[in-house]
Design a protein around this ligand. Structure first.
Ligand SMILES: Cc1cc2nc3c(=O)[nH]c(=O)nc-3n(C[C@H](O)[C@H](O)[C@H](O)COP(=O)(O)OP(=O)(O)OC[C@H]3O[C@@H](n4cnc5c(N)ncnc54)[C@H](O)[C@@H]3O)c2cc1C
Length: 534
């Protein structure tokens, strides 16, 4: 059973090797574990619903607690401490577009607000129920899950928006087809959630981000329905799919999602390399991206992330052997090395040819292949988030933030972001371990994905204050360097204050107007995307 207040399965602990624990104690200090609130106690303390139960929704207290929060750090603090502030007043589970319509109409008639709820993996406060006057209905799309149709000739498949990653791939597999969209939250997030948050999968360099895979579908907006046809391409004015992509539930509820599938690739693999330092790793990433080789992934860890990753995986002996081998091959000092993962996917001869080109580029920059590391990464790629549970239990909070920037702006942004996070809690006498990788590279630039670890305080407000200081300082650095406030996690409520810096005054007026056209009375997702302004 899934944990109600974390990420992984109940009772399944991701092991934290002793040397990783020692490293954390050395870097941020000994963690002091806190006691989690129990689900039953939280349920018992929930205030009565401001709505009455009806056909369209339930007001069951347990259901309401389980729909109150997502996966952001403030969500975790609230769930672990049992201080939820607010829970929805009702939970609806419509199974079709018609039922979604009925819920919207009923909520509007009752003066309630609606929060669409997919897999609740939002890490930016997208599904968080926040204080406010109006009652809240959480619309859980789980009831829409499943494949609706498959046009094998065109490769188009239509799914209910609440279909999770594994269910979607399982439905395509018997037809020899795949979507190939693998965000790290793949096991829990939904196809509808991917579209409205503009999600990026780990192998998006090959198949494209969700923008490229989203062919069309159906939206129920407060003012009425919107159908998006699945034309392969069109010059008929602005593409309305682009309004729905990134709309984060503000325009309407996406009920049906048509996606562009492809044939399951003949060959798929991840090759790992170690480069002598950050400059060599960056040069490799740029070369691979700009040569437009058919790669599904290029992922480049900074020296600090490389050291942290290696401390977390494998046993001490195999680590020592790998280090000796790299030293013997003349790969420079341990602390400067960078791990690069390259994904290859497609027809076998094409994959082989691309692998050969990658190997040549690595060799030209004096890097070394490390067989086995890529395979292990692929095998465990959805397990890493389980460590968040383990670290919390050991007294440490982990959060991530991400951006994208042109290549020319990357070095300065990466350096200042790292410094800002590492020194961000000095005035409260706390230390932060922060490290980064490039998770997606493009010909003209790259994403930058940072993870930061700090100690939890026995006082949940103090933990939240530590997070707020770090998040605010890091977001300001991103914006001041001209990076986007999000490459893949979306805006939610946490990034809403920074959106105007990116879109500009006219851009914000245009977004307000679009939201107003779809949802004139502000029925949907208060505070998400546009903050309090609309
Ligand atoms: C451990 C972890 C790893 C992650 N890794 C990645 C990653 O690799 N790449 C990436 O892109 N993201 C990642 N994320 C972020 C998150 O998984 C994505 O934003 C995902 O697309 C959200 O999908 P969801 O179904 O969980 O949506 P939810 O979290 O349920 O909702 C997200 C937002 O969309 C709205 N919404 C949801 N469904 C609908 C719908 N059908 N119609 C209208 N509005 C809707 C919600 O109201 C909310 O505002 C990760 C998150 C976690 C916790």
């Amino acid at each position: 059973m899934r944990r109600w207040n974390g990420w992984g399965e109940e009772g399944v602990e991701a092991p934290l090797p002793d040397r990783a624990r020692d490293l954390l104690v050395q870097l941020v200090g000994a963690g002091s574990p806190t006691v989690d609130a129990g689900l039953e106690d939280v349920v018992a303390s929930v205030p009565p619903s401001r709505l009455v139960a009806e056909d369209a929704w339930t007001t069951d207290a347990r259901d309401r607690v389980l729909h109150a929060r997502g996966q952001s750090l403030p969500d975790w603090v609230a769930l672990r401490s049992g201080r939820l502030e607010r829970v929805p007043d009702a939970v609806a589970r419509p199974t079709s577009a018609a039922e979604v319509r009925a819920v919207l109409d009923r909520a509007a008639a009752r003066g309630a607000r609606v929060i669409p709820y997919g897999g609740a993996t939002s890490v930016v406060g997208g599904v968080t129920v926040r204080p406010g006057e109006a009652p809240i209905v959480s619309v859980d799309l789980v009831g829409t899950a499943g494949i609706r149709s498959l046009d094998e000739t065109s490769g188009l498949a239509t799914f209910g928006a609440g279909t999770t990653g594994p269910a979607l791939e399982a439905a395509l597999e018997p037809f020899g087809r795949t979507l190939g969209h693998y965000p790290q939250s793949f096991e829990r997030s939904t196809v509808g959630g991917w579209v409205v948050t503009r999600s990026a999968g780990q192998e998006s360099s090959g198949v494209g981000r969700i923008e490229a895979l989203f062919a069309g579908g159906h939206v129920e907006a407060p003012v009425g329905p919107l159908d998006l046809p699945t034309h392969p391409a069109s010059a008929a004015g602005p593409d309305l799919r682009q309004l729905v992509l990134g709309s984060e539930g503000r325009l309407g509820i996406l009920t049906d999602v048509a996606v562009r599938t492809s044939l399951v690739p003949q060959a798929s693999r991840v090759n790992a390399f170690v480069m002598r330092d950050w400059d060599a790793a960056l040069a490799l990433a740029r070369t691979l991206a700009q040569r437009r080789l058919l790669l599904s992934m290029v992922r480049v860890a900074t020296p600090l992330e490389t050291a942290t990753t290696l401390a977390l995986v494998g046993d001490g002996r195999s680590q020592a052997m790998l280090r000796r081998y790299l030293g013997w091959r003349g790969l420079g000092p341990d602390r400067e090395r960078c791990l690069v993962l390259v994904g290859l996917s497609g027809a076998t001869p094409v994959v082989d040819a691309a692998a050969g080109e990658v190997a040549k580029a690595v060799k030209a920059l004096h890097g070394i292949g490390t067989p086995g590391v890529g395979r292990a990464w692929r095998r465990d790629r959805f397990k890493a988030p389980n460590l968040r549970d383990t670290l919390w239990a050991a007294g440490y909070a982990v959060d991530t933030l991400e951006t994208a920037i042109d290549w020319s702006g990357l070095p300065a942004l990466a350096a200042e972001l790292g410094r800002t996070l590492r020194h961000g809690l000095e005035d409260v006498d706390e230390r932060v371990h922060a490290f980064s990788h490039l998770s997606h590279v493009y010909p003209t630039g790259t994403s930058l994905y940072s993870t930061y670890v700090f100690r939890i305080s026995p006082d949940p407000d103090e933990t939240l204050d530590r997070w707020r200081r770090l998040k605010r300082a890091a977001s300001e650095v991103v914006v001041s360097h001209g990076g986007t406030i999000s490459h893949q996690h979306g805006v939610g409520t946490d990034h809403a204050p920074y959106l105007a810096a990116e879109k500009g005054p006219l851009g914000m007026v245009a977004l307000d107007a679009v939201v107003h056209a779809f949802d004139p009375d502000g029925l949907l997702s208060p505070g998400v995307l546009l903050g309090e302004r609309a």
